[in-house]
Ligand binder design. Structure first.
Ligand SMILES: Nc1ncnc2c1ncn2[C@@H]1O[C@H](COP(=O)(O)OP(=O)(O)OP(=O)(O)O)[C@@H](O)[C@H]1O
Ligand SMILES: [Zn+2]
Length: 695
């Protein structure tokens, strides 16, 4: 059946969350089969096999959730958009080729290689050529001027017009040609940096082999449903996130995690879209598809990172607003002193501020790209800039400095309770718990083959423990704060704590019936990484934990850092805010489990994202795609390198512009050469920034 398609331009989306809500709102509408929403282009593409909903209700649906629809076009899909882009590109290329030919001719004339050719072209034809080639820039400049903004090319455009006014159409044409070349280089440079990020996304397979009614069937990935059984052949790329239900294979996860060591999977293992199954045939039950898969989220994040580039661009525009008047002043002075129109034009032309505009974003994009390749996802260039200024580093304990998979050590029954009864009651209360300690207790009880009871009223007391009703009474499991008085057992508890154990109290109907101890395994690479991080100039490094003081002191002591313990999740945000109110730039490393709010509050939140933790991917600004502490010092190293590249970009451009301006003002540099010269810093910036892309 024929597919109907619609392109909607939606304004007001500024993050991946917005994209998701627009997408789901659109997909909920009758008639819409699928919706693809792109943050970077502010477009939504709808597909339908029957009839699409009417435009008014579509508009209303989007506006109801707080966004604006500014344009709707029929029969447009991502593909036609691409075709249009291509048409625009070829048009641009056409103008550039003509400009290049003209440049060669002028250069030839100058060098006396042949007679003047350009003299035979009438002025009106030349003017027409200038306008045709330069109109996109002229329109941009005029539009910006109407909005009281100055674009980097404003002065150059003015210079071209001044040259035309002076009857020098050849000069004007060459200025316009280099202006367009500059744009082209700029586009190419940013595109190239983005490509290295996008090369990731091209790995996503487009087809999947689904087993339906016992038959193998090739379908487009878009048509796979959650719950489908998918066959992955040896060497095949896995199309969805899901669980292995049959077979074994070795999975190369490097496309997502950057980790080159393959992992073994078998029944029950989790696998991720875009990873590659080597040596083995497996059946996978689909759980998350397309944009919902971990890989899809990464793509959304990359789009988000790109759209944040917009903010940097605006800063560059603001820079132009200061820089260009200065240049205009110099141009005016040149004219007043020398009366030389061409020298004045040369001044306006040589001092293109677009190199300044490029200096930062190109380097940031290159840095995001190279970091993505080694498993470090950075959600936007501004986080690199914040990291470079960071003073305070806060670290979460459970799941970050430790693996977050504690195991139960001692089981100490009190007040006449038996050991088995204690473990059984505690585990029953924790039956539904998502907390690592809760899971540890349940595991310990299962290991002893105790039969557990599903609790009735389960209540999770964040940062403290759980309370639940079982047949025998109300069971409370948690830290010491949960017990009114531990006086009778003070010595015993202190003894256990001094060993660095976490203490869990268990009460039945407000009477203490026992204690459990738990211990988590430290991530060995953390210590070395923190030693390395200390060299990056943090004024303060502190461990923040909900666990008891003794455990925290023990760990912090070994790492040589400060600590604060027995904190509730809201205390952690409070601490972040406290540092921020002192003007400090705060970096927080967490796992996104009980520290998500603090991660979000920090200037830069870094999450130890074991592949697939949704919370971490959403709240953190930087995500480690594999649990490897050594990535963090590498991140800081790359931040320093990026800032060095940016400083060079600026230094080089500034020196170049000062030299160019002086030569132009004294009439030494003719406008044509000035136009050619202004695009050189762009190339320099591209070359310098591409250093970041190398290993
Ligand atoms: N489900 C639970 N079962 C038992 N004790 C719990 C539970 N939830 C919390 N607690 C107690 O409350 C304390 C604080 O919990 P919280 O989840 O805030 O931090 P944490 O697990 O120690 O990790 P972090 O180092 O990330 O802060 C725990 O150390 C534990 O003593
Ligand atoms: Zn330029």
């Amino acid at each position: 059946m024929e597919k109907k398609e619609l392109e909607i331009t939606v304004k007001g989306m500024d993050c991946a969350g917005c994209v998701r809500s627009v997408k789901s709102a659109l997909e909920d509408m009758e008639g819409v089969d699928s919706a693809e929403v792109l943050l970077s282009s502010e477009k939504a593409y709808l597909k339908s096999n029957s009839s699409l909903p009417d435009l008014q209700s579509l508009k209303k649906r989007v506006e109801d959730i707080g966004y604006r629809v500014v344009d709707i076009q029929h029969d447009k899909s991502g593909d036609t958009q691409q075709a249009e882009d291509l048409a625009k590109k070829s048009f641009r290329l056409f103008g550039l080729v003509f400009g290049a030919i003209l440049t060669v001719i002028v250069a030839g004339e100058w060098l006396g290689l042949f007679q003047t050719v350009t003299d035979y072209i009438p002025f009106w034809a030349g003017t027409l050529f200038v306008v045709a080639m330069g109109y996109p820039v002229f329109i941009q400049v005029i539009k910006a001027a109407i909005n009281k903004r100055v674009t980097p090319h404003a002065l150059m455009a003015l210079g071209a017009l001044a040259a035309l006014a002076a009857g020098e159409w050849v000069t004007a044409a060459i200025v316009v040609f280099f202006m367009r070349t500059g744009d082209f280089i700029e586009g190419y440079t940013t595109e190239k940096a983005r490509d290295s990020i996008r090369s990731l996304t091209n790995l996503a397979p487009k087809q999947a082999t689904v087993i339906r009614d016992g038959k193998e069937q090739e379908v487009a990935v878009d048509d796979v449903q959650v719950g489908d059984t998918i066959l992955v052949r040896p060497g095949g790329s896995i199309p969805v996130d899901g669980t292995v239900i049959e077979g074994t294979a070795t999975i190369d996860q490097s496309p997502i995690t950057g980790e080159s060591m393959p992992v073994e999977v078998s029944d029950g293992s989790q696998v991720y879209a875009s990873t590659i199954a080597q040596g083995g045939r497996i059946l996978v039950k689909a759980e998350a598809i397309g944009r919902d898969s971990t890989f899809g989220k990464i793509i959304q994040m990359v789009e988000e990172a790109e759209s944040k580039k917009g903010r940097v661009q605006r800063i560059a525009d603001r820079f132009s607003a200061y820089y260009l008047p200065v240049v205009a002043g110099i141009a005016l002075l040149t004219y007043l002193f020398s009366g030389d129109v061409m020298a004045t034009v040369a001044v306006m032309v040589v001092a293109c501020s677009c190199a300044f505009a490029l200096a930062t974003p190109v380097a940031l994009l290159a840095s995001i790209g190279s970091n993505a390749k080694r498993g470090l996802l950075i959600k936007g260039g501004k986080y690199i800039e914040s990291l470079a200024k960071a003073d305070v580093l806060l670290l979460d304990k459970t799941g970050t400095l430790t693996f977050g998979e504690p195991s139960i050590g001692e089981v100490i029954p009190l007040n006449g309770c038996s050991r088995e009864e204690l473990l059984k009651l505690a585990a029953s209360a924790e039956f539904y718990s998502e907390h690592p300690l809760g899971k540890a207790i349940v595991t310990a009880a299962r290991n002893e083959h105790l039969s557990l009871e599903k609790p009735q009223d389960f209540e999770s007391l964040t940062g403290n423990g759980v309370r639940a009703k079982v047949q025998q009474g109300i069971i409370t499991v948690g830290n010491e704060r949960m017990v009114e008085s531990t006086e009778d057992y003070e010595n015993r508890i202190q003894q256990l704590k001094n060993r660095g154990d976490t203490i869990i109290t268990v009460q039945k109907d407000n009477e203490l019936i026992g204690l459990l101890t738990a211990r988590d395994t430290e991530r060995k690479s953390a210590g070395e990484a923190i030693d390395h991080i200390k060299k990056f100039g943090f004024s303060h490094i502190e461990l923040l934990t909900g666990d008891n003081t003794e455990t925290a002191r023990d760990l912090a002591g070994r790492l040589g850092i400060n600590y604060r313990a027995e904190l509730l999740p809201e205390d952690k945000i409070g601490i972040v805010r406290e540092f921020q109110s002192q003007g400090k730039v705060v970096v927080m490393v967490g796992d996104g489990v009980n520290d998500a709010p603090a991660l979000a509050q920090a200037d830069v939140g870094i999450a130890m994202g074991t592949t697939g933790t949704d919370v971490a991917i959403e709240t953190a600004d930087i995500i480690l795609l594999r649990d490897d502490w050594s990535l963090i010092p590498k991140l800081f190293e790359s931040v320093q390198k990026t800032m060095t590249v940016i400083r060079w970009n600026f230094g080089f451009t500034t020196a170049y512009n000062i030299a160019g301006l002086s030569l132009a003002a004294f009439g030494i540099l003719p406008p044509i050469l000035a136009a050619a010269a202004q695009s050189l810093p762009d190339i320099g910036i591209m070359a310098n920034s591409s250093r970041l892309l190398k290993k």
